[in-house]
Design a binder for this molecule. Structure first.
Ligand SMILES: [Mn+2]
Length: 320
């Protein structure tokens, strides 16, 4: 794929639901390098920090509901690859998909793919393409690429072989302070969610296996952010759930680190069939959605978290 060939096309770029910094930043970067003919559109909810990033860079994102697909010649999807992450793209013709996930669920139909599960973020893949095609980027684009890397690497906890080299190159191009980018890329919850997080402490369950601490928690929302915070402070393995879509969906997030002997994707894969889940991610940070009903959602969350706890213990036992 040559960016040059896309330059005069009328292009629509969309990204996954529960949009995060890497998704939104990737779309904005493509818009910056491809020009004014590009429309960005999101479907469903967007992470609090992704919203803040858009506000900071003054980007316009159209609601999917307001988009007329017929007005566009070319459709690009970034930072995901299955219909669970892109429910709005079912039966749509996707021209190009750029993603870095390792999805356990079947990939959606596309004409062209650029998928590299070794890249730490989708922005990292796009930067590789920018470098190969000798494209000059401005400070804003450099900052957005860095934000994707900082955010998806969980602040360099998990990196690709390019993450440091690319970051070194990009930091020379940025105008805002690096500290500002860290601030933008670090999960900060809105106040009411902070209170929800504090209250969810009542649901914490933990186990210790071979000095590894495993925590499960039921949260009001922001499962990914809360799991990240816990894994960076007190736990080796974390699973958090939250009810979604008026209690018809359970969202789970898992976090761990390389020394725990547990891979989140391995555990979620085991739950995928049992509970009809869709999702994916990376060995140390992944998520999944499970269908539920308002009547069963509470018990089902307990059951799934209990399974996660037991499976984590089993993995730790196995690996040491
Ligand atoms: Mn990503």
């Amino acid at each position: 794929m040559k960016f040059e060939e896309l330059k005069n096309k009328k292009i629509l770029i969309t990204f996954h639901i529960n949009s995060d910094i890497d998704a939104v930043a990737s779309a904005c970067i493509l818009q910056n390098i491809l020009g004014n003919n590009i429309t960005l559109s999101n479907y469903g909810r967007m992470d609090h920090d992704a919203k803040k990033l858009i506000e900071f860079y003054n980007k316009k994102i159209e609601k999917w509901e307001n988009i007329n697909l017929l007005e566009f010649e070319y459709l690009i999807a970034v930072d995901g690859q299955n219909y669970g992450m892109f429910p709005h793209l079912k039966n749509k013709k996707v021209d190009l998909l750029i993603d870095h996930h390792n999805s356990s669920t079947e990939k959606m139909q596309t004409k062209n793919d650029i998928i590299d599960p070794n890249a730490i973020s989708t922005t990292e893949i796009i930067y590789s393409l920018i470098k190969k095609q000798n494209i000059n980027i401005n400070s804003e684009t450099a900052e957005l690429i860095l934000c994707g890397i900082i955010s998806d690497s969980l602040r360099y906890k998990e990196v690709s072989k390019n993450s440091f080299l690319y970051s070194e190159e990009l930091i020379k191009l940025i105008k805002n302070k690096y500290e500002k980018l860290i601030e933008l890329s670090v999960p900060r919850l809105p106040k009411e969610e902070c209170i929800g997080f504090i209250n969810s402490a009542k649901t914490f369950k933990y186990a210790i296996e071979k000095e590894m601490i495993i925590i499960t928690a039921k949260c009001p929302s922001y499962t990914g952010d809360i799991a990240t915070v816990l894994s960076e402070t007190v736990a080796d393995v974390v699973f958090t759930t939250a009810p979604k879509e008026h209690n018809t969906l359970i969202k789970i997030s898992g976090r761990t680190w390389v020394g725990s002997g547990v891979e989140i994707t391995t555990i979620l894969k085991k739950l995928e069939k049992k509970y009809n889940g869709t999702g994916g991610g990376h060995p140390y940070a992944a998520g999944m959605d499970f269908p539920a009903t308002p009547e069963t959602i509470n018990k089902l969350q307990n059951k799934i978290l209990h399974n996660c706890m037991q499976l984590s213990i089993k993995e730790i036992k196995k690996n040491k």
